[in-house]
Each structure stands twice: as C-alpha cells, then as structure tokens.
Design a protein. Structure first.
Length: 744
C-alpha cells in the first residue's frame, strides 16, 4: 500500500524531483524485476512438478518388480506390507488402490496392480507432463506395458484343451482379444514416443523394444491357431512377460533420465534468474541513490520555488540564479515565469474589476430600465383590451412598439455581454420543432399585414415530431431574421421555408435547414461577411431610416455557432436577401402537446376566484398587475415587502404567489425560502411561487429556483404572459426565459 501511495503522489506532482527520479528509476526497473521474478516462480513450480514426477518414477521402480512377480502368481502383500510403501501410495492419492492390490491374491491381483500403477502415475503428474517426449514415454511405462502384462498374465489360464467346450473357447478368445487390444494400444504409444524423441540413440532403443514386444505378441497369437486345433502347447506366457518387463525397464530409465535432465536445466535457469533479479535490484538502487545524491538538492529547491509560484505565492525568491550550468538556466526560466505571472496577475485583477463593474452596471441599468418600462408596457397591454378610438388604439400600439423596441435593445446588450464573458449557455430539452418555427414567424403576421408585405411560411413534414435543442434560442434567431426581413421590405413577399435534412446527418443528429427570403432593399454581397459583426449594418443610412443597433445578426451568429450550425447570406441590391440557417438537432420521441388554456376554461375549472398574493415594493408595478388581472376576477392581496408577504402567507392560504426579488426589509429570495419552510412545518400543500422581477440573468433565475421558486417571469410583462402564469402554464412558457424571449 505504501508503494501505491508513493505512485499516487508522484502522479499528482506532490513529490520532490529527487523522489520522482528515484521512483522513476525503480519503476523502470520494476517490470524487469517482476518479469524475472515471475520466471523464477514459474521455474520453481516446474521444478516442483518435475520433482514430483521423479518421486513417482522412483516409487514405480520399487513397485514394478512386485507387479511382475504377481503376473507369475506371487502375492503382492508378501512384499508390500511395509509402512513406507503405504505412505508412498498415500502421497500419490493411491491409498485405496494400494490396499486393494495388497489384499488381492487371486487372478485379479495383476489388474489391481495395473490400476495402482496408473493411479500413481496420475498422482505424481507423470500423465500430466506438457512435454510430449516424457508424456508418451510415461504412457508406455504406466499404461501400455502394465495393461499388456495384465492381459498376458491371463494367458496362463489357457490350456491345450481350452477349445474343447464352447464356454472355454469363449473365455480363451476373450483373453486373446484382450492381449491383442493391449498390444495395439502399446504399439501406438511406442510409435508416438519414438516420433517425438529427438535422440537417435533413444529412438533406436525404443524401436528395438517395440519390435521385441511386437514379435513376442505375434508368436503368442500364432500359437493360438494350434491351440484352437487341439494340437498346440499352452502359450509362452513367460517369454512375453520377460520381453514386456525388459521394455518397461528401458522406457522407465529413459523417462527418468529425461526428467532429471529437465530438472537440472530448470535449476540452472532458476539460479541465473535469481542472479538477474539480484543484479537488477542492486543496479536500480545504486542508480536511484546516485540520482538522489547528485541532482536532487538544487533541482528540488528550484522546483519548490516554481511550485510555490504556481500556487500563487508571487513573493517567493528563486534560488541558484548564480549557477552557470543547467540549474542556473532552469532558475532563470523560473524567474521569467515569476515575472510573467506577476504581470498576468495584475492584468487579471484589472480585468476582473472591469468585468465586475460592467456586470454590476448592466445589471443595475437593466433593473432600473425594466422597472419603469414594466409600467409603460403593462398599462399599454391593459389599454389594448379596452374600448378605444382608432386614434387612441394607434397611440397605444405606438407605446407598445416603442416599449418592445427598448426591451429588445436592452436584451441585445445583455446578450452581447454574456457572449463576451462566455456566460451565454444553451439549455437542451425536447421541443416541437414545427411549432417553434411557426410561432417565430407567426409573431410578425400583424406587422407584415400593416406594411402590405405577404408573409409566407412553408414547412416540410420532416419537421414533425420532437427534437432536442434550445428552442428559445432557435426561436430568437428565426424571429430576428424574420423581423429584419419585414423591416427592410416595403412591398413584396417574405418567405420562410424549413426542412430537416436526414441525409446530412452528422454525429447522430439531423440537420435543420431554414431559409428566410425577402424582396426588400438588399445590399452589396461583398458586405455579407461584415454583416455579422457587432454594430455593423450594410448601409449607415439604414440605421437612420429603419433604426436598430446592429447587434441582432451578430447575436444570431454567436448562437448558431454555439449550436454547431452555420448562418450565411446572399443578397443583391434592389432584389432582396436570402439568409440560410443550418442547425444540427437530435430527433427525440414524439412529445405530447400541451393543452391550450383560456381564461374561460380557467374560470370553469375554478370553484372560486383564485387567491393571489403579490409581493412587490414598487407602487406602479402593483398597479400594473392589478390592472392586468382584473378581467380574471381574481382575489389579489398585496404586500409591500418580503416580510409583509411572509406574514400574509402565514395568515391565509393562496393559490399563487407573485414575488419580486429586490425589496426592502426582506428580499424575495429570503421570503420564498421562509414560505417553503412554513409549508414544511405545517405539512401544507406546495403553493406555486413565480418570481416577477426585472432581474433576468441566468444566475438570478438559478438562485430563485434554488430558493424554492417554481418559475421566473421577467419584467416588463403584458396581459397574455401574466395570464399564462396564473392559468398554470408557467412551467412550459415562462420558466427560465429572458424578457426578450417571452415578449417575442
């Protein structure tokens, strides 16, 4: 475990340079040592394996004469009753076979002896040897020859008159067949042993033994014909047994010789490997000691200074600057790093201060503009739904349009700020692609009709179904392009077409291809690449005639780039422009459509007027909400700050809470948290809390949701959006959206 700890610290860079070099040296030597150690272990196992084989071969050498005597009628128990013989058999897991062999005194003693020999061979690994030479020799000595001798011993039962009766003839035939079978198996084992033995001398000896056994077997089988005719003498059992005994001793001697040679070879290899392991370890330790002693001190000091620099200690002194060698060069490099880090730290401090000031300024400006703008847009939204004369309606529409322009400009400035700081993030979720594209175009139907411009929407069926992406940002891009097309087209047509290109799939995504074409002013195509830069328009006179900040297209390009897509434009002066947008989108399972909800259905679903708690410190905003909710007939209770809101929430139950964030005494976040605590303490049902605020940044939205809010509705508000929240559509319509997204 200590070694693993050192390796872990080495990987994490917390070790000194000397310790790293020492450990690196050890790690380089470790594979060699491990390999040699593994070889040593394997050699040791092989030697143990061979020693057990030799022990088995020695035991068989003592057992074989007893077995041969039993083939001639002797009793095995007379010679194997010693404790040493029994213990030897037990060592090779052959105790039961040894007992049976010793206890048997009739004609079954020889087969029992053959079984004992085979069992000892198995228990001593002789029949498990991976070397084919030894394996086949073992097969000859422990299986083939014992089986042949066991079969041969039965030939003593055959007499000259063995074929006089059918029963005797059948028995004699079975004995001869057993001899033939054993002889064939032995001949096969001999042949394999001869084939895999590389020694010409030993091959010759084995061939002679095989031929001698084969000759004796053939002679015995030739005598069988005379015995069957009743004219021959009994078979020559002793001759065949003697030949088999001689063959066994020769094969056993060769097997023992091979085992001893292999053991001696492995022993020499083991000694050499042990020596190699020792030399490798000593060499690694010597090298590690030399590195540690000769290099560590100076480099460790320099690297220690560099480590402190990287941890932020810019006051550290760099040592060994006076050395005129590699360590001096390294020290000067660290000094240069220190000077660079000091300069960068100063720049970062200035940059952070500027970014903080910019963020605070934009946040304050956004809040201060949206608060009065909420009064303008909210009241105008309420006036639209009252009885107005034509002139009055035109004035109200002008107020609404102006408010929308201010809000769009404010949202563009905030988006540019997010893009510059890297704070603009995409929120991926399943959405209805066809609905998003249609809604983005449908928003401008009235404006196109007012100008007498035809607005044509052509959607391919491939848009059907749900896709994964940021529906809000995609709608923002399409809305901006359609808005510009209508703005710069005085007459003619604006056409929006969209399709999903399945053949252009990349990374498992489909590709949305959308075109926005107009017959408006157009511009010189050479200006196209500059059109997506900030504060840039095709003609400076356009700004004076049509208005606009020149931020919209740069924001669109930034959003499309974040989505991994592309936006291009083709145009000609006097002929109009064509914007082409491609965005990769992942197709999802078909999403279920949300149910449409109206004020009438809301009223029908309620058994009583809903009770709504409005927590808002600004008098104008309270009046705006009161005006917008009046047609719904709700019971509206107002609180001027968070503390009063909590008190009213504690005194009565409400169906909905509309909460501002920035308020005196207690802000909206603290009030929301307290309301959730009260619900838990009382085990009361969860009341929907919607943040109704001018703080629209993603950070504010996340903080609000963490405090316990259910949705976030940005100011300025209009009647439709507020009604959606009251009627329970806030989760799908208002959660996480910016003011510009919700308004357009």
């Amino acid at each position: 475990m200590a070694l693993f700890g050192e390796i872990f610290r080495f990987i994490n860079g917390r070790m000194s340079i000397g310790a790293r070099l020492v450990l690196l040296t050890i790690l380089f030597a470790a594979p060699i040592v491990v390999l040699q150690t593994w070889i040593v272990v394997q050699n040791s196992r092989e030697i143990d394996f061979l020693n057990r084989e030799l022990d088995g071969a020695a035991y068989l050498a003592d057992l074989w004469p007893v077995f041969v005597d039993t083939t001639r009628g002797a009793r095995a128990g007379d010679r194997l009753l010693g404790e040493e013989s029994r213990v030897g058999a037990d060592r090779f897991h052959a105790a039961s076979e040894w007992t049976r062999f010793v206890a048997t005194s009739d004609r079954d003693a020889v087969p029992a002896g053959a079984v004992l020999i085979a069992r000892v061979a198995d228990g001593s690994n002789l029949t498990l040897d991976r070397d084919l030479r030894r394996f086949y020799l073992s097969d000859v000595a422990t299986v083939g020859l014992p089986n042949l001798m066991a079969a041969t011993s039965r030939l003593a039962e055959i007499r000259a008159d063995s074929y006089k009766t059918p029963a005797r003839a059948k028995r004699a035939t079975a004995i001869y067949q057993r001899v033939e079978t054993a002889a064939e198996e032995l001949d096969s084992a001999f042949t394999k042993a001869i084939r895999d033995n590389p020694s010409p001398v030993m091959r010759g000896a084995l061939i002679r033994e095989r031929d001698a056994v084969a000759t004796a077997v053939k002679k015995t089988l030739r005598d069988r014909a005379a015995i069957e005719e009743g004219s021959g003498a009994p078979p020559d059992v002793d001759g065949l047994l003697s030949v088999s005994d001689h063959a066994w001793r020769a094969s056993h001697e060769e097997l023992s010789t091979l085992l001893r040679r292999e053991r001696d070879r492995l022993a020499r290899t083991l000694v050499l490997n042990l020596l190699g392991v020792t030399v490798s370890v000593v060499a690694a330790l010597a090298l590690a000691f030399a590195i540690h002693r000769g290099v560590t001190q100076r480099i460790s000091a320099i690297l220690g200074a560099m480590s402190r620099l990287l941890r932020g200690d810019l006051q550290v002194e760099v040592p060994h600057l006076d050395d005129r060698n590699e360590t001096g060069s390294l020290a000067h490099t660290v000094l240069a790093l220190k000077e660079s880090l000091v300069a960068r730290a100063r720049l970062e401090e200035a940059s952070i201060a500027a970014a903080r000031a910019k963020t605070e300024f934009l946040g304050n400006i956004s809040h201060e503009i949206r608060t009065p703008l909420n009064g303008v847009v909210g009241v105008a939204s309420a006036l639209v739904h009252t009885q107005l004369t034509a002139d009055q309606r035109a004035m109200v529409d002008l107020i609404c349009a102006s408010g929308q322009t201010v809000e769009r400009l404010l949202a563009d400035v905030l988006d540019i700020s997010k893009i510059e700081s890297g704070g603009l993030q995409l929120e991926l979720a399943p959405f209805d692609l066809k609905q998003v594209v249609a809604d983005a175009v449908r928003l401008f139907s009235a404006r196109a009709a007012e100008k007498g411009v035809a607005l044509v929407l052509e959607l391919d069926d491939s848009l059907d179904g749900a896709f994964e992406g940021d529906a809000i940002r995609l709608g923002q891009v399409l809305s901006n392009l359609v808005s510009n097309a209508i703005k710069f087209t005085d007459h003619g047509v604006v056409t929006v077409t969209a399709t999903v290109n399945l053949s252009g799939v990349r990374g498992g995504c489909s590709e949305l291809v959308a075109f926005v074409r107009d017959t408006g002013l157009g511009f010189d195509e050479a200006l196209g690449p500059y059109l997506f830069e900030r504060f840039t328009q095709a003609d400076s006179s356009i700004s004076r005639r049509y208005g606009g900040s020149g931020l919209g297209l740069s924001i669109c390009k930034a959003i499309i780039d974040m989505m991994g897509g592309d936006i291009r434009v083709e145009s000609a002066i006097g002929k109009g422009s064509e914007f082409r947008v491609t965005v990769p989108l992942r197709r999802m399972a078909r999403a279920k459509g949300a149910d449409e909800t109206t004020a009438d259905s809301f009223e029908d679903a309620q058994a009583r007027p809903p009770r709504i708690l409005l927590v808002e410190d600004h008098e104008v905003n309270r009046a705006v909400v009161d005006l917008l909710l009046a047609p719904l007939g709700v019971e509206l209770v107002m609180a001027h700050d968070g503390q009063e809101g909590v008190r009213r929430f504690e005194e009565a139950s409400f169906d909905l809470v509309l909460m501002d964030i920035q308020m005196p005494v207690m802000d909206g976040l603290a009030a929301t948290r307290r309301m959730r605590d009260l619900e838990r303490e009382r085990a009361a049902p969860r009341t929907r809390i919607v943040m109704l605020t001018a703080n629209v940044s993603p950070e504010h939205q996340l903080v609000a949701m963490a405090a316990g809010a259910d949705a976030h509705l940005a100011k300025p508000i209009n009647r439709e959006r507020l009604w959606d929240v009251v009627m329970g559509q806030d989760a799908g319509e208002a959660r996480g959206r910016s003011a510009n997204d919700l308004l357009h």
